[in-house]
Write a protein that binds this ligand. Structure first.
Ligand code: SF4
Ligand code: SF4
Length: 79
């Protein structure tokens, strides 16, 4: 079962970034709980003064972190 999950994650990480799309943190919602940070496999999320900031060029748009946010602050949006 673990192998299936790891394979799915690996596959997701190698999907090309969606064109004209940006990974966005809603600063009005984020309260710095850091739940999303531990899930990012490429360390694209950084906690800065109780606000998560994304290193957008590093983010692969894999969406792994998005469901972890309790206040729905993470999303992929049209550029
Ligand atoms: S979408 Fe994927 S790569 Fe981007 S910040 Fe979230 S977990 Fe990291
Ligand atoms: S999970 Fe949501 S509220 Fe918590 S740090 Fe990440 S973006 Fe902010």
């Amino acid at each position: 079962m673990g192998n299936i999950i790891e394979s799915a994650v690996s596959l997701r990480l190698h999907v090309a970034r969606i064109p004209d799309t940006l990974f966005v943190v809603d600063e009005t919602r984020c309260f710095g709980c850091a739940a999303c940070i531990a899930l990012c496999p490429v360390d694209a999320l950084i906690l800065d003064d109780l606000l998560v900031v994304v290193d957008e060029p590093t983010c692969t748009h894999c969406e792994l972190c998005i469901p972890s946010c309790p206040v729905f602050a993470l999303s992929l949006e049209k550029d």
